[in-house]
Design a protein around this ligand. Structure first.
Ligand code: ASP
Length: 334
């Protein structure tokens, strides 16, 4: 294909390890994240010229745990802007991997398009031996340029695999094969210039959601609390006093709560805070009224969302004025 018949793809940079730099090629920890611009990342991969006609925009330059509501909302607006460009086939977002899961899931709920959105990052800084960023970015462009990936919601392409944003978990703090879909499995692979997919996400996403963040400049405050043996519930009351509008409680097993935590949660609910129970375990489902009386306590069962993804959905639901019952329906749907 000649350059002007190649699909036009926008690559939005936000920082992270993919843009990170160490002091030597063997430094793999303790490097600085978010150093190189997205234009430099693309310039380092000449093979991309045969795959797509690329545009780029630096939306942020941070480590992903520092992406707050304002940046998240700005990023969503920029993704939607590019997707609205008639001749733009898809968007790629380069992200830090630390909090990639929740950013990808947020975009999965607020992007208003059936065009492809791919998120990628790196576990090794760009200066390291066998840096994984260039190949991840190359694969992300191949995925975004393929018509096969349209309409599947936001996709994460890491380590050759294509994973739905709702399903992706960062399983390991350091290794290049950290991103997996432990419950529902990966959707497929990008192998050289080929995308091979085997299934589709079933939960509602992108332009089928009711969420519209285009006019928002902040999201309601939602905090996460861990449940554990001998917990006191004090953290719940403190967060409510600090202004939390929603809470996710990561409870043991099927998000069971200790008596002290249950009491604190009930008080929070009575004061108007919406509380979602999510699993402390790495995977699994939390169902309404199973091992905990949600009807009595006024709590919401978080289905299969991890605590960090439950936080995203709860914040969006609260931003749209939903009651606890409506939040439960959102967790049953998204
Ligand atoms: N170490 C992180 C990463 O893997 C930094 C970040 O999340 O921004 O990208």
């Amino acid at each position: 294909m000649s350059a002007n018949t190649l699909p036009r793809i926008a690559v939005l940079g936000t920082g992270g390890t993919i843009a990170g730099a160490g002091i030597s090629s063997t430094q793999y920890s303790g490097y600085r994240a978010a150093v190189s611009g997205v234009d430099q990342l693309l310039a380092a991969i000449p093979a991309l010229q045969d795959v797509a006609s690329l545009e780029c925009e630096q939306v942020a330059q941070v480590a992903s745990q520092n992406i707050g509501s304002a940046t998240l909302l700005h990023l969503a607006r920029r993704v939607n802007y590019w997707l609205n460009e008639m001749d733009c086939a898809g968007v790629i977002v380069t992200l830090g991997t630390n909090a990639l899961e929740e950013t990808a899931y947020f975009l999965n709920l607020v992007v208003k398009s059936r065009k492809t959105v791919v998120v990628t990052g790196a576990m090794r800084p760009s200066t390291s031996l066998s840096a994984d960023g260039p190949m991840n970015l190359y694969r992300a462009v191949v995925a975004a340029a393929s018509p096969l990936t349209a309409g599947l919601g936001v996709l994460v392409v890491m380590n050759d695999q294509v994973i739905a944003a709702r399903d992706v978990h960062k399983m390991d703090t350091m290794t290049v094969d950290s991103f997996k879909a432990p419950v529902f499995g990966i959707l497929g692979w990008v192998l050289d210039k080929q995308v091979r997919l085997y299934k589709k996400p079933a939960r509602v996403h992108t332009d089928d959601t009711e969420f519209d963040t285009s006019q928002m400049d902040t999201l309601p405050r939602v905090d996460i609390v861990m449940g554990y043996q001998d917990d006191s519930g004090v953290a719940v009351s403190a967060l409510v006093n600090a202004g939390a509008q929603g809470l996710v409680v990561a409870g043991a097993g099927t998000a069971s709560l200790s008596d002290a935590m249950a009491e604190a949660v009930s008080a929070a609910v009575r004061s108007g805070v919406v509380v979602v129970r999510a699993p402390r375990s790495a995977t699994g489902i939390v169902m309404k009224n199973i091992e905990f009386d949600d009807s009595m306590h006024g709590t919401v069962a978080g289905d299969t969302l991890s605590p960090v993804k439950a936080k995203v959905l709860l914040a969006l639901a609260l931003a749209h004025g939903k009651s606890a019952e409506e939040v439960q329906s959102a967790f049953d749907r998204y």
